[in-house]
Design a protein around this ligand. Structure first.
Ligand SMILES: [Zn+2]
Ligand SMILES: [Zn+2]
Length: 319
């Protein structure tokens, strides 16, 4: 089960209620940050104080994924690194920064600035990983992968967080085969072949379902209208994408490599996602965000437009 905590949902200019882009993806006590707009460190502190997360940058939140090098997506890493340096945490905080080459260059500039000449010890360990398309992280229960996106910066990436497929235990089949409740069933669930007291041999395949796909969350970052996003988001449980301009300003969206809510909704419908989430809200829509939401819902009703610090739970589909 993924838990998404929206930290920053504004486009380039923060509003009284929204800071620039930052999204926290959480899974089984692990935390991943996608983009780090100005004010992200403070928003995280606010979220912890409200009991919404226990994510501590550099401590249990060590992986930061950047979609592209525009400053509304990365200025916050400067403040975050400065705060970590000032906090003098022990053990020393560690961060892994993932992004395209130009993004990493900009993050390095900020990190260098914060490591001032009189403070030779930056007090934060940073590793940089240049992202290319494909799987970035693979562990026992989730994979994190990157895909190329089309926006005015180059290169730009979106990220896919996906649970691994899982087979579920089917008790009705175990009943039919005479497997008693208890340890024998647990061994079958763990993938072991067992022998029943009557000598029958039972294989896990006889009592487990076919592999069921895991929950899938797609975060596009800033992106121009493109059908390739529908291919990437095919069957996703949650698509987080942008709504920087309304359809009335579709010409501005097109000129700046962004999408309108109607275009995002068309992609969501084409991809067959369960839930569409609009973020990167243009500051011109402050106080009238409902207009953007209504535009998307007219095409794809299952759309939300979260505020900063809203959470969305994404569970594996049950069949
Ligand atoms: Zn942006
Ligand atoms: Zn951008």
């Amino acid at each position: 089960m993924f838990e998404i905590l929206f930290l920053g949902t504004s486009a380039a200019i923060p509003t009284p209620e929204r800071i620039s882009s930052a999204t926290l993806v959480q899974y089984a006590g692990r935390h991943y940050l996608v983009d780090c707009g100005e004010g992200t460190y403070q928003r995280l502190a606010q979220a912890r104080a409200a009991g919404l997360t226990d994510a501590q940058p550099g401590v249990n939140l060590r992986q930061v994924f950047f979609t592209h090098d525009h400053l509304d997506h990365l200025l916050g890493i400067g403040g975050l690194l400065f705060s970590l340096r000032m906090a003098r945490l022990q053990p020393r905080p560690r961060l892994s920064i993932y992004g395209g080459s130009t993004t990493l260059d900009r993050v390095r500039i900020l990190a260098t600035m914060i490591r001032s000449p009189e403070a030779r010890d930056p007090r934060v360990d940073i590793e940089y990983f240049a992202v290319s398309r494909g799987v970035l992280i693979e562990d026992e229960d989730i994979t994190i992968s990157a895909f190329r996106t089309n926006h005015t910066a180059r290169p730009c990436f979106g990220y896919i967080f996906e649970e691994r497929p899982r087979r579920s235990f089917r008790p009705e089949l175990a009943d039919r085969l005479g497997v008693p409740a208890g340890p024998l069933r647990e061994r079958l669930m763990a993938g072991e072949t067992i022998t029943l007291p009557n000598g029958d041999i039972i294989h896990p395949d006889q009592v487990l379902s076919d592999p069921q796909p895991g929950a899938k969350v797609v975060i596009s970052g800033d992106i121009a209208f493109t059908h390739s996003l529908a291919r990437v988001a095919q069957g996703a449980d949650l698509l987080i994408t942008e709504a920087t301009f309304s359809s009335e300003e579709a010409h501005l969206a097109e000129a700046s490599g962004h999408m309108t809510p109607a275009q995002a909704a068309a992609i969501a419908a084409e991809a067959g996602v369960r839930l569409l989430c609009l973020t990167h809200i243009g500051d011109a829509y402050y106080g009238r965000e409902e207009q953007l939401l209504a535009e998307a819902r007219a095409i794809f009703p299952n759309t939300i437009l979260p505020a900063d610090l809203d959470r969305v739970i994404v569970e594996r589909r049950t069949t």
